[in-house]
Design a protein around this ligand. Sequence first.
Ligand code: UDP
Length: 235
Amino acid sequence: MMKLQQLYEGKAKRVYATDDESRVIVSYKDDATAFNGQKKGTIVGKGVVNNRVTNYLMRLLETEGVPTHFVEELSDRETVVKKVEIVPLEVIVRNISAGSFSKRYGVEEGIVFERPTVEFSYKNDDLGDPLINDDHALALRLATAEEIAVIKTLALRVNDVLKAFFKRVNVDLVDFKLEFGRLADGTIVLADEISPDTCRFWDSTTHEKLDKDRFRRDLGGVEDAYSEMMRRILG
Ligand code: UDP
C-alpha cells in the first residue's frame, strides 16, 4: 500500500490518502489539547501508546462482533483503516460519574451507575461540541433514526466488552468517547480511537487516574500513566 498526500490534520492525528480508494492511513501525533483546544501541550510517546492501544482494542472488539474501521497496523504510529464518512456525533458512554457529567449535574465524581448512560455531543469545534439529543440529531440530519439505533446498540456492546476486559487488568472504565463512520455502502462501523486520550481509566485498587485527566488537571506523571496503560493492555 502506498502512502499518498495528507488529506487532513486534526489535533492528535494526521490522515493520508493511499493508492486504494477505500483505505486511508492514520498517523498518531504526540500533540495534546484539552478544553476545546484552549490548553495545548505534548505528551511524549502518546502517539505510539494511542495507536497500539487503539489497534489492540479494535481487534478485540472485532472478535466480539463489533464492526470497526481497523485494517492493519503499519508501525508504532501508523495504521491502515477503512475510509469512512464520520458521523458528526461524539458518542459518550459512562459507567461512573466524572468530568462534564459531574459538573453539569452538580454531583461528585465516582458515583457508580446502576446502568451505563449513552449521550451524544454534536461534533462542532466552533460550538464547543454541545450536548445534543436524538431528536436534535435527526432535525440537523446528522444521522438517520436507524443509524442512531445501531450506534447506541454498538456503543453499549463496546462498553460490555471493554468493561470486562479492563476489569482483568485492574482498571475501572469510568467513561469514554466513541466515533462512528459510514462505509461507502452505508454500513456503520466503529472508527477513530480508543485510548487514554478518549477514555477515563481509574486503577481499581488505588483509584489513581491513568488517562488524559492527568494532562487536563496538571496532575503530573502523564507519560507514565499512558505507558502504564499500554503495559497493562498489551501485556
Ligand atoms: N472525551 C473525548 N473527547 C472530547 C470530549 C470527551 O475523548 O472531545 C472523552 C473524555 O476523555 C472522557 C469522556 O469522553 O473519557 C467523557 O468526557 P466528558 O463529557 O466528561 O468531558 P470532559 O470532562 O472531558 O470535558
